[in-house]
Design a protein around this ligand. Structure first.
Ligand SMILES: Cc1cc2nc3c(=O)[nH]c(=O)nc-3n(C[C@H](O)[C@H](O)[C@H](O)COP(=O)(O)OP(=O)(O)OC[C@H]3O[C@@H](n4cnc5c(N)ncnc54)[C@H](O)[C@@H]3O)c2cc1C
Length: 526
């Protein structure tokens, strides 16, 4: 594997080389003010310098260079970016380890048990729910899987691939491409996040239907826990008791370290079709998405964008949109797209341009609304970071609910968010569907507001509390794919069945008797 030559930023999303330069940041600030007039005049403060960061002395013997401790201090949610921007690294780990072998992981478990330290498994460090931020009293040992990034085995007959837990999206796609395969799993954090992290957080890719979560793709997995190896059997399906894979999926590093998994791969698609349908009102676009989600057509993209979302992603100036896409390695897509468009038009949509049908490998240049949307999607995280020096808070939250509940949920959530943003001068609210299911959508909200400099974390707390309370009150889940971490703990406790806490505690005790594994996620630290 060739290492990425780019330098990972110590504060913003992604790589230093890819961060917008000063002129681009200025233009972005202007665009933000045009989109959100409530922001008023914006003035940037200087960017932080890593050399100015002060770290506390490690509480256990440590050879870890300060920059490594800083990079592993947190994830990449708004709060993490803001804390790093302020050079607040009070929560940085004392030690960072990069195990190559299982024995090295076992040694990390022993070190933590001996020192009374917390062990935080770290994949790409892209958590947006404080999953890698241990703020408690114990010393912290961070275990980064960055040296375990290989594809170990390819079973082309069964289309199963065995991959190490530390492989990022680009790592594994480059290795699978040599076999004409793809995992076809693209979370927005694709560039940095890892297979082990996806499994630990039950991540969602950007395909709207079919295999949406990594859960659907895991045939078996291997986890090392302080009590020993936990390995499941590779099977296409099984009815033998509660599924052991499901205990590990979503375990967020609280039970052990996912070292590898055998996952379902695909032949690279060569047929693609895309189209954008416009609507004068959101309910009509929602009806269209529901009809398509319930039709059995399984589009790869079925993305409802409200007016602000369509504007931000440059798909439309003033209307709501439904971005549709299909892809296949096997067959032409004309009948599928035709039928989906019929359903969309019947719901009140307008199709200004005929659908685009393309044939060819992924290297072929593709254009069209689905691609415009996709490049904005991947660039988005840099923009969120670039607005921090201007004192603009941009963040997202997401949920899933039944179709029957969507309208009232959307109303309640917007009301709660707008009331809270109103306290800070008002701001922008945008919504899209990240995924759609026959029984309901996964709405994904973005907001932008002027940050109250120096009090951003309290401001963010207030907004997060208001919208999370509204989501849960209106019958949504606290998260469709952003995980629980520490940020969602309170709402997760209300969502899970009461006896399930005891079940989880018993599982944790069996696998992690000394309670060293990522204390505070899923279960309160005792
Ligand atoms: C800009 C941006 C876009 C995002 N887009 C998406 C998206 O489209 N879909 C989505 O689902 N999420 C998204 N996320 C959230 C995040 O990328 C996911 O939660 C992702 O799965 C985390 O993977 P990671 O490797 O970075 O894990 P980390 O952030 O390093 O860790 C997350 C959690 O998993 C645990 N963990 C990590 N690796 C392992 C392992 N090998 N074994 C056991 N536990 C482990 C950690 O201890 C922690 O609790 C996004 C985040 C950002 C910042």
């Amino acid at each position: 594997l060739s290492a990425d030559a780019r330098t990972r930023s110590f504060w913003h999303w992604g790589f230093e080389e890819d961060f917008p330069d000063e002129a681009a940041r200025g233009a972005l600030a202007q665009m933000a003010t045009a989109l959100i007039p409530e922001l008023g005049a914006l003035r940037a403060v200087p960017l932080p310098r890593v050399d100015d960061a002060k770290l506390r002395e490690p509480r256990i013997a440590s050879q870890t260079p300060p920059r490594d401790r800083i990079i592993h201090a947190g994830g990449k949610g708004y709060r993490d970016i803001l804390r790093a921007f302020r050079l607040d690294f009070a929560h940085a780990p004392d030690v960072v380890l990069y195990p190559e072998r299982d024995e090295d992981i076992a040694a990390a478990f022993e070190l933590c048990a001996r020192e009374g330290a917390a062990l935080v498994p770290f994949g790409g460090g892209t958590s947006v729910t404080s999953g890698v931020t241990y703020d408690g009293k114990r010393p912290v040992v961070c275990v980064d899987l960055g040296k375990r990034r290989r594809v170990l085995d390819v079973d082309k007959t069964s289309r199963l691939v065995r991959i190490e837990g530390g492989a990022t999206g680009p790592d594994l796609e480059a290795q699978l491409a040599e076999h004409g395969l793809t995992l076809r799993f693209y979370p927005q954090s694709f560039e940095l996040s890892t297979l082990g992290g996806w499994i630990a957080t039950r991540a969602g890719g950007h395909f709207a239907t079919g295999y949406t979560h990594i859960d659907d793709m895991v045939a078996s997995l291997g986890m090392l826990s302080p009590s020993g190896a936990f390995e499941t059997k590779t099977l296409p399906a099984s009815g033998a008791g509660p599924d052991p894979n499901r205990l590990v999926l979503g375990s967020e590093g609280a039970l052990g370290i996912v070292t590898e998994a055998t996952v379902r791969a695909f032949v690279r698609p060569i047929y693609r079709a895309s189209a954008t349908v416009f609507f004068d009102a959101l309910p009509r676009a929602v009806d269209a998405a529901r009809a398509i989600a319930q039709s059995g057509l399984q589009p790869s993209a079925c993305r409802v964008l409200d007016q602000n979302e369509a504007l931000m992603s440059r798909v439309s100036g003033s209307e709501c949109a439904l971005v549709l896409g299909f892809e296949s390695a096997d067959h032409e897509l004309v009948p599928w797209m035709d039928r989906a468009l019929k359903l969309a038009v019947r719901a009140g949509g307008v199709l200004p341009e005929p659908a685009r049908h393309q044939r060819g490998d992924r290297e072929r240049k593709r254009e069209g609304a689905a691609d415009t949307w996709r490049s904005a999607f991947l660039r988005g995280p840099y923009l969120q970071s670039a607005l921090v020096p201007y004192g603009v808070m941009v963040d997202t939250f997401e949920t899933a609910c039944t179709w029957a509940r969507f309208e009232s949920l959307d109303r309640e959530v917007r009301a709660a968010l707008e009331a809270e943003l109103g306290r800070w001068g008002g701001g922008l609210v945008a919504m899209r569907f990240s995924h759609v299911y026959p029984d309901g959508p996964a709405p994904y909200y973005t907001f932008g507001v002027r940050a109250d400099r120096g009090r951003e974390l309290e401001q963010h707390d207030g907004i997060k509390r208001a919208v999370s309370d509204a989501l849960v009150r209106a019958g949504g889940t606290i998260t469709h794919h952003h995980a629980v971490g520490r940020l969602h703990a309170r709402w997760y406790e209300g969502e899970r069945p009461a006896p399930y806490e005891r079940v989880l505690r018993a599982a944790k005790h069996a696998l992690d008797p000394a309670a060293i594994m990522n204390p505070g996620v899923l279960l309160r630290e005792e």
